[in-house]
Design a protein around this ligand. Sequence first.
Ligand code: SF4
Length: 65
Amino acid sequence: MRVHVDPELCQGTGLCVAVAPEEFELAEHGPARPLNPDVDEDRRRAVEEAVQVCPVGALRLSPRR
Ligand code: SF4
């Protein structure tokens, strides 16, 4: 899977970083950035949790090609 951040939607709340600090970072004025957009199966749960807590739906998982 790949994780995407929509920079137009991201409000810089930092919730994704709070629940998955090993997966995302946040610059001072956002948007969030995936540390490694290619999500292995063993990291998928943490990334899915971040997708769920994002209050504006800025995170999306898609199949890796
Ligand atoms: S939780 Fe969503 S809005 Fe908040 S920093 Fe992460 S991607 Fe941006």
